[in-house]
Design a binder for this molecule. Structure first.
Ligand code: EPU
Length: 435
């Protein structure tokens, strides 16, 4: 594994980016589509899957479970069960990504048993799995903790349908129980379900393959259990709303005229509304968003992260960079994860005026000129926010730990270069070779 860093020459606030930037398939949709392939009796073909590390880890988990995983071209995966599927998630791989937890539902539903470690993921605060364990118990499974691994099993080899009330509307929790319900005996009802577009997208994929699911995209989802699924036609992953939203924020800050294509503006209503009310000129079409330069006198605003359709926690960091350039005092309240404001220390080093009230709340005073610095990407979303801040800043920045950014964004620097950003990736090997 190479260690990469980005070298970025800042624009010093100049609005010069222009052109067209494309959005890839959504990481947080693609991961769940791949997990869903466990529910199928034959081959599943998935298109528009981004070429990123979390996807490669998920492919590895499926391979080790006993699925044949073939990649065709850059973005198409063909996933097929073999005769021997086992119930153990590779501990080494599962620990590397939080999304490994969504494989537990379909494995348990298919085999009546699953073994997995506590999942890993970004350093953004506690990532408990109590909701998952409670829900599996409600579906009739026994939970045992053996040498740091969870072993969950059913007596009859099948889960029972159950009513599961989610204390918090967890995204992966909703997806996991929706998939588990597909092969359970009887009806599963998920209450206080999350409503993220990725959940609706997953339900549409399952329904088009024979599952009986209603209510996805609302707080109550009903799943009638049945047999293994069969795909009718290849499925294309939805566009990444977080990637599109991050490009939109970048455009609002430093673009003369930027077209963000292959996205769905309906998934970004709250961001578009917030930016427009701040003074940003935005036009939307069915699959694209255009942002044009306006006077840099953006109004401040208060942002509170919330489950969909509220303000996405995954866009909180780039939005905070935007607010450092708005005139006046803004307030950011991160309600989902408690470790997700720590990155603001680095923005302060760049010149931002940010006061941390407590682990969930900050006050941002703007506009502050930002200056290039050496930065370390703590997680993928804050990592991309640093890239945005470095582009806005005057002078040069280095963003280390690009691997974290690569986990969520496919070769983002290549797309940024096309619209006029001066950004280069330097691999550790190149450094050793003196390049
Ligand atoms: N929670 C519990 N117990 C549980 C599960 C969750 O208390 O068993 C709490 C969490 O601690 C958190 C809240 O519930 O406070 C909501 O977390 P949620 O479970 O919804 O998050 P997630 O499903 O683990 C997904 C995305 C995240 C995104 C969040 C919120 C995937 C793979 N991950 O995480 O994406 O931030 O929903 O929208 O879909 C990212 O892509 O960078 C990322 C972190």
């Amino acid at each position: 594994m190479t260690k990469s860093k980005f070298l970025i020459k800042g624009l010093g606030g100049k609005k010069s980016l222009r052109g067209v930037i494309g959005v890839n398939g959504a990481k947080n949709a693609a991961l769940k589509l791949m997990a869903a392939s466990i529910l199928f009796k034959d081959e599943v073909v998935l298109k528009n899957i981004p070429d990123i590390e979390d996807i490669r880890h998920t492919a590895d988990l499926l391979d080790k479970l006993g699925f044949t995983v073939k990649r065709e071209g850059k973005r198409t995966y063909k996933i097929k069960p073999t005769k021997h599927i086992n119930y153990e998630l590779s501990s080494e791989t599962a620990k590397r990504l939080r999304a490994s937890i969504v494989l537990t539902g379909p494995v348990l539903a298919r085999l009546g048993k699953v073994k997995f470690p506590h999942p890993g993921g970004c350093v953004i605060g506690k990532r408990p799995i109590d909701l998952f364990l409670d829900g599996f118990k409600k579906m009739g499974a026994r939970v045992a903790d053996k040498n740091g691994s969870y072993v969950i099993s059913t007596q009859s080899g099948k889960l029972n349908g159950a009513e599961i009330f989610l204390r918090v509307p967890s995204v992966t929790g909703t997806e996991t129980f929706m998939m588990a319900g597909v092969l359970a005996k009887g009806t599963t009802i998920i209450k206080n379900a999350a409503m993220e577009p990725e959940i609706t997208h997953l339900a549409e994929f399952l329904v088009s393959s024979g599952a009986k699911i209603s209510g996805a995209g609302t707080p109550t989802i009903t799943i009638k259990g049945g047999g293994l699924l069969s795909q009718k036609k290849p499925h294309t992953a939805m566009p990444d709303r977080i990637e599109a939203g991050s490009f939109l924020i970048l455009g609002a800050l430093v673009a003369k005229d930027l077209l963000i294509k292959d996205c769905n503006p309906n998934h970004l209503e709250i961001l578009i509304d917030a930016l427009r009310s701040s003074g940003v000129k935005i036009d939307t079409e069915k699959n694209s968003i255009r942002v044009r330069s306006s006077k840099n006198d953006y109004k401040p605003m208060d942002i509170k992260t919330h489950e969909y359709p509220g303000f996405p926690t995954d866009l909180q960091a780039p939005m905070t960079v935007f607010l450092t350039q708005a005139t006046g005092e803004s307030f950011v309240f991160e309600t989902i994860f408690e470790g997700r404001l720590n990155y603001t220390e680095s923005l302060v080093r760049m010149g931002a005026e940010i006061k941390m009230m407590d682990p969930h709340r900050i006050i941002v005073k703007g506009p502050s000129p930002l200056h290039g610095k050496v930065l370390e990407s703590p997680d993928l979303r804050a990592g991309l926010a640093f890239v945005v801040a470095a582009i806005v800043a005057s002078g040069d920045s280095i963003v280390h730990n690009v691997r974290n950014i690569d986990r969520g964004y496919e070769r983002v620097e290549e797309r940024l270069r096309e619209i006029g950003v001066d950004i280069a990736r330097v691999e550790a090997e190149e450094e050793r070779a003196g390049l």
